[in-house]
Every structure is written in structure tokens, then in C-alpha cells.
Design a protein around this ligand. Structure first.
Ligand SMILES: NC(=O)C1=CN([C@@H]2O[C@H](COP(=O)(O)OP(=O)(O)OC[C@H]3O[C@@H](n4cnc5c(N)ncnc54)[C@H](OP(=O)(O)O)[C@@H]3O)[C@@H](O)[C@H]2O)C=CC1
Ligand SMILES: O=C(O)[C@@H]1CCC=N1
Length: 275
């Protein structure tokens, strides 16, 4: 099976490098980019062939579309009508429903929508996969074969993909922001930056592994840290006073709404799926 990453920018490169780490051969992969220089860079770095979009359409079995949503209309104007209905389209684009692709592809072309995230770089991605028009169980299995080596995968109805984008697609950014803020807090408390960095990064890793491996609810894990009349509860009171919980609810709702807006701006074929 040959996979072409159409629009191999940051996310496209993560997928490409993950597949190579998982043992895919460079000859099973193709990349495209707008700038020839970007294609050359990927060829030098990974030994994969950089081709134009139409060559990718002809040669690859799976077209993994990783352009920005705002560039998808121009891309599909170029390739849409030339994609044989036998090829599987896997969209990594935030916001764009599979109906957007179906409206620009020949009748019968199977489309799958995925939302992955940047921890793919260390094989710890969270990827949610949804079947769109004409996508069968076999097509979903192909998408899983591509994304399982990069971390965990889950199948979700497409109607949940905007929420998934707000949670796990953008999620790494929220954790990095928290880490950055806590390192600054360490500086405020007089710690050297390097020490504050080490303390918080290892605390983040330890907490994440406990969340994953203990099977405990986060409330229980937090309660175990929070001693009566102790230090933690003093900090928790400040977090609640500053509305951190409400801020997160609003923030993720805003991310979900932005995904919807991207779809609306993309044009015909983007009627929202489900709720
Ligand atoms: N960043 C993230 O954490 C996540 C991003 N996504 C989604 O992934 C997609 C890509 O995002 P990201 O990697 O950050 O963006 P980038 O801008 O880094 O990558 C987009 C790539 O698409 C290329 N491109 C644009 N138009 C064309 C075209 N017509 N033909 C061929 N190549 C083209 C660009 O080429 P050139 O470099 O030459 O301009 C660029 O390399 C988006 O849809 C985003 O929603 C999904 C999950 C997480
Ligand atoms: O910010 C974005 O639009 C993309 C989608 C999810 C993560 N990054």
C-alpha cells in the first residue's frame, strides 16, 4: 500500500516520520508540498519521493490530506475530479467534514476524517477516526493501520469530531501553557529556571503516567495529594477563585466553535454532521 501525504507540513511530517519509525519503507510513501524546497527538504531528511499532487493521486492508494483547512478548496479544485473512486481519502484537516470532500470528489470515493495530535512525534498521539461517505470497515482498518503506530486510536462518530479537535487535537497546547505558567511560578518563588523546568516536566510525566496506569479518577488522584490544612488546598482555592475550571470549559467550547466556523467558511458541502 502506498500513502501520499498531500501537504506535508508539520502534521504531515509527523505522520510520515511515524510511519517510517513503525517500519514502513520510504518507497511506500510519497509527499507533496506547495513549495519545491519543502519537498526537497523531506526527501533529504527521510528518503521519500516528493511529487506533484496529480502524480500522488495517480500513484498512491491512500491520500492523506494534511493541508490547512483554508487551503483545502484550492487543493480539491486541482485534484478533486481526477481522484479515482478507488482511492481512500484520509483527511487530517480540523473542522472540515467529510461531506466537504465528497462534494468535490467523484461519486463513490471513500472519505475518512481523523484528528490526531502532535505527541505523534514520540509515538504518543491520540487519534480519533470517523468513517465518512462510502468508507467501509476495511477503510477504517487502513486508517487504523496508519495511525496505531503513532499512539492510541479511537473510532468516533463524525458528529463528535469538532469536540475531539477541541479536546485532544488542541489539547497538547493547553498542557504546554500550564507547564509554562507553572515554571514561571517557580521563578516567582525563587527557583532557578532550569530547576523549575525539571521539577514541573517530571511532575507532568509522573501525573500523566498515573492517570493512564492507575485507572483512578482524577478527583481521587488529586484528593490523595491534598492534605487537610495543607499546602495543596491553599493553591486549589486560588485556582477555583480565578475560575480555572470555568475558563477551561469556555476555552474548549471556543475551540469547538472555531472548528464549526472553519467548516462554514470552507463553503458548500460543509453542513454540520449530527449535534
Ligand atoms: N498542528 C496541529 O497540532 C494539528 C493540525 N491538524 C491539521 O493538520 C493540517 C495541517 O496543519 P499544519 O501541519 O499545522 O500546517 P502546515 O502549514 O505546517 O502544513 C500544511 C502544508 O500544506 C502544504 N500545502 C498547502 N497547500 C497545498 C497544495 N495545494 N498542495 C500541496 N501542498 C499544499 C503546505 O506547503 P508549503 O509548506 O509548501 O506551503 C504545508 O507544507 C491542518 O488542516 C490542521 O487543521 C490536525 C491535528 C493537529
Ligand atoms: O489549531 C488548529 O487549528 C489545529 C487543529 C488541532 C490542533 N491544531
Amino acid at each position: 500500500m502506498t500513502v501520499a501525504v498531500i501537504g506535508a507540513g508539520k502534521i504531515g511530517e509527523l505522520v510520515l516520520s511515524g510511519l517510517l519509525r513503525a517500519g514502513w519503507s520510504a518507497s511506500e510513501l510519497l509527499v507533496t508540498a506547495r513549495r519545491a524546497e519543502r519537498g526537497r527538504e523531506l526527501t533529504e531528511r527521510y528518503g521519500v519521493r516528493a511529487v506533484d499532487n496529480l502524480t500522488a493521486v495517480t500513484e498512491a492508494d491512500v491520500l492523506a490530506v494534511a493541508v490547512k483547512p483554508q487551503d483545502a478548496t484550492a487543493l480539491l479544485d486541482e485534484i478533486g475530479a481526477k481522484v479515482p473512486a478507488t482511492k481512500l481519502i484520509v483527511s487530517l484537516c480540523a473542522g472540515l467534514p467529510t461531506s466537504f470532500f465528497a462534494a468535490r470528489l467523484p461519486e463513490g470515493a471513500p472519505v475518512i476524517r481523523v484528528m490526531t495530535n502532535t505527541p505523534a512525534l514520540v509515538d504518543q498521539a491520540m487519534t480519533a477516526i470517523s468513517a465518512g461517505p462510502h468508507a467501509t470497515g476495511e477503510h477504517l482498518a487502513v486508517a487504523e493501520e496508519m495511525f496505531k503506530p503513532l499512539g492510541a486510536t479511537v473510532r468516533v462518530p463524525e458528529s463528535q469530531q469538532d469536540a475531539v479537535t477541541a479536546l485532544s487535537g488542541s489539547g497538547p497546547a493547553y498542557f504546554y501553557l500550564l507547564v509554562e505558567a507553572m515554571i514561571d511560578a517557580g521563578i516567582l518563588l525563587g527557583l532557578p529556571r532550569q530547576v523549575a523546568h525539571q521539577l514541573i516536566v517530571q511532575t507532568a510525566i509522573g501525573s500523566a503516567v498515573m492517570l493512564r496506569d492507575s485507572g483512578e479518577h482524577p478527583v481521587k488522584l488529586r484528593e490523595a495529594v491534598t492534605s487537610p490544612a495543607g499546602t495543596t488546598i491553599s493553591a486549589v482555592r486560588e485556582l477555583e477563585n480565578h475560575g480555572v475550571r470555568a475558563a477551561l470549559l469556555s476555552a474548549l467550547e471556543a475551540a469547538r466553535d472555531r472548528a464549526r466556523e472553519i467548516a462554514e467558511q470552507a463553503g458548500p458541502g460543509t453542513a454540520r454532521q449530527g449535534t
